[in-house]
Design a protein around this ligand. Structure first.
Ligand SMILES: Cc1cc2nc3c(=O)[nH]c(=O)nc-3n(C[C@H](O)[C@H](O)[C@H](O)COP(=O)(O)O)c2cc1C
Length: 349
């Protein structure tokens, strides 16, 4: 008996819950084709950054100013900036080409955190044929005078502006640093956001000790990272009207099953694809089908949310209770006695 893997995400009907998350493998048509052949149900293109778009807009504005000043009579020949595609054209072309050549939804991604002219780029993304837009919001709050409400309001302003610009579904991809995430998620839903992607990995820089500089550092994820998203997806599932995507640490069939049981509509994978190639999706799809069959599910929807806060048998396990249990049940791998004979611990300093 074949199992029904179809699922709704952001109002898009997907043939499975496997989403290729924004990463280098989704940046060109050829690898998108490989991803689709291996079982990706949809793909999120790499983010285009606020800085990239603003930079290019400024360059074009400078160029137009220069021409207008040097030859006023020619200025009429140049389009108004408002109607002009000043954003990175290759990105829009990738959306259009992918839409034409692939039978799966293509989700574009914008990365930014402030209001600005770049927001209208969302309109160009929609026109190019994106099925949805993922807003990858990333702001590092450093100012002690800005409180949580103000910081969130900045996001809301941005999201409102994008919502006013486009009709296609919007997903918001967030990091885990919110003190009242369910409230934030509810506000997003009330703004007309369709889904939440949790959690982006806010790659923290490392210190290069010789040059004393902060340097970018990127390691692929490990499966243990998924637990953060699992908990919050389970908490949010029955409390907000949003599609939910689990990202960060989905590597195995078990990770996919757990994500959906917690309440995710889809899993968004990057590291598994980057380390094992698009073929990882073939394994995950077969594995999911097999797991569901063996456990007598007829569809992925039947599994979805069965371990949410509301439906799981031990909701306390998602809250404080588990914390204490985890700490008190830990067994050190070295004997506590051997620690006192360690040369480092007897160092007279
Ligand atoms: C090399 C690389 C590039 C990425 N680029 C983007 C990006 O452009 N936009 C974005 O929202 N996420 C980006 N991500 C994050 C992934 O889409 C994904 O959400 C994250 O890595 C967690 O999933 P994973 O554990 O499967 O890697 C990138 C990740 C990697 C490893």
């Amino acid at each position: 008996m074949s199992v029904d893997l179809t699922i709704d995400y952001l109002g898009l009907q997907l043939d499975s819950p496997l989403l290729a998350s924004a990463c280098p493998l989704t940046s060109n048509l050829e690898s998108l084709q490989h991803l689709r052949a291996a079982g990706a149900a949809a793909a999120v293109l790499p983010s285009i950054f606020e800085e990239q778009i603003e930079h290019e807009e400024m360059e074009v504005a400078r160029m137009l100013d220069f021409w207008a000043l040097s030859s006023p009579e020619t200025s009429d020949y140049f389009p108004q900036l408002d109607n002009y595609n000043t954003g990175p054209g290759a990105y829009l072309k990738l959306i259009a080409d992918a839409k034409q050549q692939l039978d799966m939804p293509i989700i574009a991604s914008l990365n930014g955190s402030t209001m600005g002219g770049w927001v209208r780029y969302a309109g160009l993304i929609e026109q190019a044929g994106a099925a949805a837009l993922e807003l990858n919001i990333y702001e590092v709050s450093c100012d002690p005078l800005v409180d949580a409400r103000q910081a969130e309001e900045e996001y809301f302003k941005l999201i409102r502006a994008v919502r006013d610009t486009i009709q296609i579904p919007i997903a918001v991809k967030i990091g885990p640093y919110f003190s009242a995430l369910p409230h934030f998620a509810r506000e997003l839903a009330s703004l007309g956001v369709n889904g939440l992607v949790l959690f982006n990995r806010y790659l923290a820089p490392d210190i290069e000790l010789e040059s004393l500089e902060y340097v970018p550092a990127l390691e692929l994820s490990t499966p243990s990272e998924l637990r953060l998203a699992l908990r919050w997806i389970a908490i949010l599932r029955d409390q907000v009207e949003l599609s939910l995507a689990a990202t960060g640490g989905v590597h195995s069939t078990q990770d996919v099953v757990k994500s959906i049981a917690a309440g995710a509509n889809v899993v968004a994978c990057a590291s598994a694809l980057l380390s094992r190639g698009p073929h990882a999706f073939r394994e995950l799809k077969q594995g999911l089908q097999q797991w569901l069959t063996e456990h007598e599910y007829t569809s992925v929807k039947q599994l979805q949310g069965s371990m949410s806060l509301k439906h799981c048998p031990n909701p306390e396990g998602l809250k404080r209770a588990n914390y204490m249990r985890a700490l008190t049940s830990y067994t050190p791998s070295v004997s506590v006695d051997s620690v006192s004979t360690d040369p480092v611990s007897t160092d007279p300093r």
